[in-house]
Design a protein around this ligand. Structure first.
Ligand SMILES: [Zn+2]
Ligand SMILES: [Zn+2]
Length: 761
């Protein structure tokens, strides 16, 4: 007798047939990696498919869970009945169930949590599909007829306004009723009245979620350079192979990676398959998104600010096969696109691909996993490969394609490093703009060219202290110095967003020696405005670019020459392509370098390379000035020499003996709680247990810490952390499993597990 025979139960159907009883495997949105079994009542068994949400009794409540499988063998003897099914079709298909299962195991979270995280909230809520009303002008009219309608005595002023608005549109233009009413002050009943008079037509239909270009052929592909052509040939060969693998496309800035992406997508669509295109941040990549939309029909761009109904409609369009190309940020890797043949990650090294709350996944790893399940090709594109991807390519696991030349005759800009220590000596004091930078700015501006200045720090001054007693003004909820924002006249915590009025005297010793030190973008703006009167400065940081669409607007204005100087944070480091920018100034290359993070050097190199890439994109050439107090640090010197290989070799040399990624794997556990003592205690207990395990592992597993996190307190919660480091992930995984039970919250202390962490603060 087999196990199945022994434990399965029999059930009578209404027709008298005897069926084997069916059980649903259900997971819930809780931090627990456990399957629960429920019996499926006869009236539900025809309807239930894995991937659907179900209502199930849990404790003494009824809650929503996800059905992840069906079985005839329950794990427990007594099972409760499912109470209902919430969906008509599965929200997660088989691939998504596999991916989320892997996710929960790898990143140590519940399977239910993982599914919950990959289904957009609007879909879970089931937002109504949006119906819009579109207005078109009635029959064509002569100018005289129009005039008569507008002048008619019985016509109300607002009605005339509506008609005038419509007459001013091009023939056959359709306008959303909502927009028309907003522009003219008309009402819906007024529009209906005009429709009855046959002066306009109203049509109700679902708003299109997809960029289906009605009329107008897509823009033609550009001619490829010799280097691009060779790369494209190789990609096409790979696409034709049964297993397509992973391509690391290492192309310097301006080498035409985007054109290669686009032509590869076109090739793939010819095969009847679909493509996922991931970008680090939608709002920062409007230029490339525009190119994708011009090139293809049926493109869905997943914005995070999408409104409920629209987002839901778009999700359905993707799921039901009406979309060929999905463009989006990190979470788009879970888009319900079917038959994915290609996943592109542009700027694969960016840390925005890593999610910083549970599940703390990296979209790059999910892309590779999804591609394996769907037999798709992955292209990781970047000018500065992450050391992880570079190392995989070196080992031969990825195919490396290099684009080493800029398109046409364009050259990489010349980069000059300015030693700020020397500058301080020369000028007897610290000036945020060095003589060299000022000199080249004057030159560029006098030639009517444009300048980009980069500083990775917003606000006016990041540090307020008392010169008498040494007191530093910190957020009372976080262990972080407050930043002074001059325009708003507040001091602001960049962690918890608490704000206060700037003190005039020292809150500690009452002396009038309060000193505002350091500089952020706001202060640079003031300095530059004084030095360069008569030039328009555009500042782009998260303070000045709050409203939706402000990026696009600002960049458009800069592109049209309305501003001569663009000043900003990392927001302007990526993707911008303005031929008239001939000078880039990096105000401080040191902001990243001094972070307590083993990736500090890599981030510095990436940032300088990316920012430098914003110039020399036209025939006028380009120049970059990098200001630093560490002018001889290899991250800076290699970036200045445009030498990625040199940097990578040096950086790997540093990481290898320390077993840092890519040689080893890491996980970080953060403990946080309102009581400092309890937090420290919990960290010590877990560290103790892990160290026991490490001892048995023969030094294959290392435990670093516990210690207070570099940012010791955020939002009134104290923070401790520890690191697990090992040659391979499995060892870390096993150790985490061993302590999983003790990681549950106790005495108000939470523990957060971050596998392959990016944030070390
Ligand atoms: Zn003081
Ligand atoms: Zn704070």
């Amino acid at each position: 007798m087999s196990i199945a025979d022994k434990s399965s139960k029999l059930q009578d159907t209404p027709t008298g047939q005897t069926l084997q009883q069916l059980f649903a495997e259900v997971v819930f949105n809780i931090p627990l990696n456990k399957l629960f079994h429920y019996s499926v009542p006869p009236d539900l068994r025809e309807l239930l498919t894995p991937g659907m949400r179900v209502k199930a009794p849990f404790g003494n409540k009824v809650i929503t869970g996800f059905c992840v499988g069906l079985t005839t063998i329950p794990s427990v003897y007594k099972t409760k009945d499912l109470m209902g099914i919430l969906d008509a079709f599965p929200l997660a298909d088989e691939t998504m169930l596999r991916i989320t299962k892997w996710l929960s195991s790898y990143y140590c979270c519940g399977w239910g949590e993982a599914i919950h995280a990959v289904i957009p909230p609007v879909v879970r809520r089931g937002a109504k599909e949006k119906i819009d009303i579109f207005v078109t002008c009635g029959k064509p009219l002569t100018a005289f007829e129009k005039e008569t309608i507008l002048q008619s005595k019985k016509r109300a002023i607002k009605q005339a306004k509506v008609m005038e608005f419509l007459f001013n549109q091009a023939q056959n233009t359709e306008i959303r009723a909502k927009e028309l009413m907003k522009a003219t002050g008309g009402t819906m009943s007024m529009l209906r009245q005009l429709e009855r008079e046959n002066l306009l037509q109203l049509e109700e239909r679902q708003a299109d979620a997809v960029n289906a270009q009605k009329g107008g052929a897509p823009v033609q592909h550009l001619a490829l350079s010799e280097e691009q052509q060779a790369a494209f040939t190789l990609i096409k060969e790979k696409l034709a192979e049964p297993s397509q693998g992973i391509i690391l496309l290492h192309g310097i800035t301006g080498s035409g990676k985007t054109e290669l992406y686009l032509q590869t997508i076109a090739k793939l669509l010819e095969q009847g398959r679909k493509a996922l295109f991931l970008v680090p941040e939608i709002s920062l990549t409007s230029q490339s998104i525009q190119r994708i939309k011009e090139r293809f029909n049926n493109v869905a761009v997943l914005h995070s600010h999408l409104q409920g109904a629209f987002h839901h409609a778009q999700w359905k369009d993707i799921k039901e096969g009406r979309v060929d190309v999905v463009v989006g940020a990190r979470s788009s890797i879970f888009a319900p696109l079917k038959d994915v043949g290609l996943i592109i990650l542009d700027e694969e090294h960016e840390n925005t691909y890593k999610q910083e709350n549970s599940p703390r996944y990296n979209a790059r790893d999910i892309a590779i996993l999804r591609a394996t399940y769907e037999n798709a090709m992955v292209i990781l594109g970047t000018a500065t490969p992450s050391l992880e991807s570079y190392y995989e390519a070196e080992k031969g696991n990825y195919t490396k394609i290099v684009l080493s030349k800029r398109i046409g005759t364009l050259q990489l800009p010349q980069v000059e490093i300015v030693d700020m220590l020397e500058e301080v000596r020369k000028k007897r004091g610290y000036h945020v703009v060095s003589q060299r930078l000022e000199y080249y700015m004057k030159q560029a501006l006098s030639r009517r060219e444009q300048v980009i200045l980069f500083l990775n720090r917003r606000g006016f001054t990041p540090y307020i202290h008392c010169k008498r007693c040494g007191f530093v003004l910190k957020c009372h909820r976080c262990d972080i110095p407050l930043t002074f924002h001059k325009k708003l006249n507040i001091v602001l915590c960049h962690y918890c967003h608490a704000e206060a009025i700037p003190p005039e005297s020292c809150p500690d010793c009452m002396a009038n020696y309060i000193n505002y030190r350091g500089f952020g973008t706001e202060k640079i703006e003031e300095v530059i405005a004084k030095k360069f009167p008569g030039y328009n400065i555009l500042r782009m940081d998260s303070d000045s670019m709050r409203s939706h669409g402000s990026h696009e607007k600002a960049l458009k204005a800069f592109g049209e020459g309305e501003f001569q100087i663009l000043l900003g944070t990392q927001m302007i480091a990526k993707g911008l392509d303005f031929p008239n920018v001939t000078l880039v100034g990096v105000i401080s290359a040191d902001t990243m370098l001094n972070l307590p993070d083993f990736r500090a050097g890599e981030r510095t190199f990436q940032l300088i390379s990316q920012v430098a890439g914003r110039t020399g994109r036209g025939q006028k050439g380009g120049r970059v000035i990098v200001q630093s107090f560490n002018p001889r640090h290899y991250s800076i010197t290699y970036a200045a020499a445009h030498d990625y290989e040199g940097f990578a070799k040096k950086e790997l040399e540093y990481r290898r003996p320390l077993n840092y990624p890519p040689f080893g794997r890491m996980a970080r556990i953060i403990f946080r709680g309102a009581s400092e003592k309890n937090t420290e205690e919990k960290a010590s207990v877990i560290a103790g247990k892990l160290k026991e395990i490490a001892k048995e592992s023969n030094n294959q597993l290392q435990i670093l810490g516990p210690s207070p996190a570099p940012v010791m307190k955020i939002n009134n919660l104290f923070r401790w952390h520890l690191l697990l480091k090992a040659k391979d992930h499995q060892r870390i995984h096993d150790a985490l499993l061993c302590v999983a039970d003790t990681l549950k919250p106790t005495k108000g202390v939470q523990s957060l597990v971050d596998v392959d962490p990016y944030m070390m603060l």
